[in-house]
Design a binder for this molecule. Structure first.
Ligand SMILES: Cc1cc2nc3c(=O)[nH]c(=O)nc-3n(C[C@H](O)[C@H](O)[C@H](O)COP(=O)(O)OP(=O)(O)OC[C@H]3O[C@@H](n4cnc5c(N)ncnc54)[C@H](O)[C@@H]3O)c2cc1C
Length: 401
């Protein structure tokens, strides 16, 4: 599957950050991770911290899947609002899912500090804005749900939004918890650290067959080698559905662009993440080199050609939405634009853990608007599962829900 196209900025900016060999011999290990994107890198990280012997294998260059296309806004808020999620899965469960999002951001921050590498990580506020009067009552319910659950949020009205954030909208929930990152650099930094701790990382090596057996799994690669392991982790992103009979995701096409650098005075009145109550939603952040990154325009996925044909038109739509939120700013010039695959689940929650469909396998499917937040949650959970540690939150992301 063609996961993304156009010119994702992180690939243009960073190029091949590091290179990795292809797998050219038979190997064995404790855990083999299929997929070397941000999810696989984080899963390998939490496993090597437990002294687990890990191999990561990816059919593309490392990070060249969805990770390189991500706009990498790190948010605890998921596409399903908390007050809706409470009705869907229960109040305590919904609040816990949101709390895990905050914990995930804290975990990523701590890991970035441990890595000691500049990967564009920055803490930010997150501004969830309503442009339509008809959205205000839901926004108020959402604010109350989050406030009552103890999240650090403020309800900000039109005048303050304009003055302090430069945003034109009727009201917004401003969350203290949020962050942004360069996802490609973070992914490589994780792999480099993991390799120092003994992990083996191979790219341009496709896993063609996964054979579970009593005490583990055997993987066959396109270069006719075998990897034997006690467990396999599927960190295969939006291509994971092909390994499962259970349909867990609806695939969309999504669009993003990055502007040419703008003068400091033109930035978003500070660094924050902007997204909105409309669906599909528009969102924006800034980059560390003074550009706007924006995205949205989701459509049901048909095929890569149709998706890619729309990149120019969708860029214009994103700029028009930008102008609605920032009517007094000059519309920035597009530097690079791209499209990618994007998965949604019915309840907005990821699917993480084991399924009856495949023994000795863990899945880390961070679907939804904040996939990277889920990558971190999945990484912690999979390390717990592997070492046999109790994880009281695993049920939230189980396959048989
Ligand atoms: C335009 C866009 C904007 C986004 N914005 C955000 C955002 O702001 N915030 C956010 O949190 N998330 C965002 N996302 C989602 C986020 O990018 C994904 O959740 C995340 O990148 C998924 O990472 P991953 O490692 O699971 O998948 P990937 O990066 O796709 O990695 C999976 C890897 O598995 C490999 N693979 C698959 N099958 C095999 C096989 N058989 N053998 C070997 N290797 C295999 C692939 O080659 C691939 O590299 C966005 C996505 C897009 C497209």
């Amino acid at each position: 599957m063609d996961l993304r196209s156009g010119y994702p900025f992180w690939l243009v900016k960073n190029g091949l950050v590091y290179t990795y060999p292809a797998l050219e011999s038979d190997q064995d290990c404790d855990v083999v991770v299929i997929g070397g994107g941000i999810t696989g890198a984080l899963a390998a990280y939490t496993l090597v911290q437990e002294d687990v012997d890990v191999i990561v294998v990816d059919k593309r260059d490392i990070g060249w899947g969805s990770t390189s296309a991500s706009t990498a806004m790190l948010q605890y808020e998921i596409d399903k609002e908390l007050h809706e999620l409470k009705d869907l899965i229960g109040p305590q469960e919904a609040v816990r899912a949101y709390q895990l999002g905050v914990q995930s951001l804290n975990d990523i921050q701590a890991i970035v500090a441990q890595l000691g590498v500049d990967c564009g990580f920055q803490l930010t506020e997150s501004v969830y804005a309503a442009r339509y009067k008809s959205h205000l009552s839901d926004l108020q319910s959402e604010y109350t749900a989050r406030k009552d659950a103890g999240f650090d949020v403020r309800y900000v009205k039109e005048a303050e939004l304009s003055e302090c954030y430069g945003v034109k909208a009727l009201a917004a929930i401003v969350s203290a918890a949020g962050a942004q990152v360069d996802p490609l650099r973070l992914t490589h930094a994780l792999h480099q650290k993991n390799m120092q701790l003994g992990a083996r990382v191979y790219d341009r090596t496709e896993v063609c067959k996964v054979q579970p057996h009593n005490d583990g799994v055997t993987l066959q690669t396109d270069r006719s080698h075998q990897i034997k392991a006690r467990r396999v982790v599927f960190a295969t992103g939006y291509e994971s559905q092909s390994y499962l009979k259970q349909k867990v995701v609806d695939l969309n096409s999504t669009y993003a662009l990055i502007s040419e650098p703008v003068a400091q005075a033109d930035l978003l009145g500070g660094q924050y993440l902007l997204w909105e109550t409309a669906r599909p939603y528009f969102y924006a952040r800034t980059s560390s080199d003074g550009r706007f990154i924006m995205g949205g325009g989701d459509l049901p996925f048909q095929n890569p050609d149709k998706r890619d044909h729309l990149i120019g038109k969708k860029s214009q739509q994103l700029l028009a939405l930008f102008a609605k939120f920032y009517p007094e700013r000059q519309t920035p010039e597009v530097a690079y634009a791209w499209a990618g695959a994007f998965g949604e689940t019915k309840d907005g929650l990821a699917y993480i853990g084991q399924t009856d469909e495949m023994p000795n396998a863990y899945f880390a499917l961070g679907y939804g608007g904040n996939g990277i937040t889920y990558s971190m949650i999945a990484a912690r959970m999979i390390a717990d599962l592997y070492v046999g540690r109790r994880n009281d939150d695993a049920y939230l992301f189980r396959f048989d829900r």
